[in-house]
Design a protein around this ligand. Structure first.
Ligand SMILES: NC(=O)c1ccc[n+]([C@@H]2O[C@H](COP(=O)([O-])OP(=O)(O)OC[C@H]3O[C@@H](n4cnc5c(N)ncnc54)[C@H](O)[C@@H]3O)[C@@H](O)[C@H]2O)c1
Length: 270
């Protein structure tokens, strides 16, 4: 893996990866709607709107692998999600196919399965249960990844990122925390492991209160270093300051589930 493109370079995770991937691959290219504020001379940056296939083709040209972070990263109006995450994701995979890119790592989200109750432990075989239009777009990206893997031979890894931060911020995030260095491990498995064809991993660190069976990632050698219980006291103190949220506190997706909720008032036990 010599030439690697990272989309969403100016966002939170992109900025993090600019530091953590330095020197890992000989040629890193960064792309976003606008360059990162601290772009250094000599860094390869291509400005591209994911919704414009010509921009995307120019960005992926000459690349061996792509880490696809770009898009709208929370719940939003349908048109926003449609353009950035549905059309944008399609353009990315299709441009990659046309330009002969071999591998894609797609930043999926826990919100693709947010409507599972917290008391349920799930694996990647659990059907998607998106908790938002945003979550639907991530389920779409995972499905698109499977199409391009099995029909067009790309090696695709979808990482259902929990919450990336230096430390877990509250009780929910004690269960879904992802330490930045652990994300780098998962990305490197996706870009480098010889046996990847199509995989879905949970982007979670070593979280004792975790809800996800990450067996697939462990089989590929993932050994998370972050332990969320080391941050338990601070996270629970922060949680104590939050108002209760009957729906959000029951489901894995938290406030993404309670926002706009006008469904069954009885909480699903399954
Ligand atoms: N941060 C997390 O904990 C987390 C959790 C789950 C999933 N994710 C996913 O990981 C990815 C990165 O997350 P983040 O926190 O860095 O998000 P972010 O919002 O900070 O960054 C996303 C970047 O995508 C760019 N972008 C948006 N629309 C675009 C378009 N049409 N064309 C080109 N670029 C566009 C934005 O300019 C932004 O810089 C996202 O896909 C997000 O959904 C993140």
């Amino acid at each position: 893996m010599k030439n690697v493109l990272v989309t969403g370079a100016s966002g939170k995770i992109g900025m993090c990866l600019r530091a953590l991937l330095k020197g890992v691959y000989p040629h890193l290219r960064w792309s976003d709607l606008k360059p990162p504020a601290d772009l250094a001379a000599g860094e390869d940056f291509v400005r591209a709107d994911l919704a414009d296939v010509r921009h995307v083709e120019a960005a992926v040209d000459g690349m061996d692998g792509i880490v696809h972070l770009g898009g709208f990263s929370v719940e939003g109006p349908w048109d926003t999600i449609l353009n950035a995450n549905i059309v944008g994701c399609y353009n990315l995979f299709e441009a990659a196919r046309r330009k002969g890119v071999k591998r894609i790592v797609f930043a999926s989200s826990n919100h693709a399965v947010g409507f599972y109750p917290r008391r349920r432990r799930i694996g990647i075989d659990a059907p998607v249960r998106p908790d938002s239009r945003y979550g639907v777009s991530k389920a779409f990206g995972e499905a698109l990844g499977a199409l391009y893997a099995f029909k067009h031979g790309l090696a695709v890894t979808c990482i259902r990122i929990g919450n990336l931060n230096d430390a877990p911020l509250d009780e929910r995030r004690l269960s879904i925390w992802l330490k930045p260095e652990d994300l780098v491990q998962l990305i490197r498995i996706g870009l480098e492991h010889p046996d990847i064809r199509y995989e879905v991993f949970f982007g979670a660190s070593d979280n004792a209160r975790g809800w996800w069976d990450n067996e697939a990632a462990f089989r590929f050698g993932y050994r998370p270093q972050g332990r969320s219980e080391d941050h338990r006291d601070a996270a629970l103190a922060a949680q104590a300051k939050l108002p209760p949220d009957r729906i959000g506190d029951w489901y894995q997706g938290g406030t993404f589930c309670s926002d706009e909720y006008d469904g069954d008032p009885d909480l699903s036990p399954i």
